[in-house]
Design a binder for this molecule. Structure first.
Ligand SMILES: [Zn+2]
Length: 174
């Protein structure tokens, strides 16, 4: 964890919602039961609190379908664009992201991300690779500006390139 103060972000990175978390802590989006364990090493990205696991926390690795969850709220029908994949969450109810947001979650200069854009119907409408620059917040802000410059884009999913795993989503600002 670095202690450098980072500027507030222009867009809001969204964690998994409390309702979805409650379900994932029972049965995940692949139909598998949640299996909690104590992570003694820490460091994995928690999608409930948008911060790394601290050593000794009780967590679970579950399969999550972010587009399906979003579509259930909005009435969209993503069809074949629905995807699911592994995410770490706290195994027990947790407060979510704490305090004032500083920087984007899991941002590290040099790391590779893919930003996938979806329209209001849940269909993919483009994407791009982002190598996070030294100014991490500016790099993400600019990439989201670019995504939402297309009026069709309703939301953006940020994923790690190497593992393909979902990090967080950003919706078009109201
Ligand atoms: Zn949490």
């Amino acid at each position: 964890m670095n202690t450098v103060t980072r500027p507030a972000t222009a867009y809001t990175p969204l964690p998994i919602t409390p309702d979805a978390l409650a379900r994932l802590r029972d049965v995940d989006d692949a139909g598998q039961p949640c299996v909690p364990y104590v992570d003694h090493e820490g460091g994995s990205p928690l999608r409930c609190c948008l911060r790394p696991v601290a050593p000794g926390e009780r967590v679970a690795l579950v399969s999550y379908a972010p587009l399906r969850r979003w579509a259930a709220e909005t009435g969209a029908t993503p069809g074949a664009y629905d995807e699911q994949g592994p995410v770490f969450i706290h195994a027990d109810p947790c407060p979510g992201p704490a305090g004032e947001r500083v920087g984007y979650p899991f941002a590290r200069a040099g790391a590779l991300r893919t930003l996938r854009r979806y329209n209001a119907r849940g269909q993919i409408v483009g994407g791009r690779l982002l190598e996070i620059p030294d100014d991490e917040t500016q790099g993400f802000d600019t990439a989201f500006d670019e995504a939402f410059a297309d009026p069709e884009v309703a939301l953006v999913h940020v994923r790690a390139v190497e593992y393909g795993c979902f990090h967080f989503e950003v919706r078009r600002p109201a």
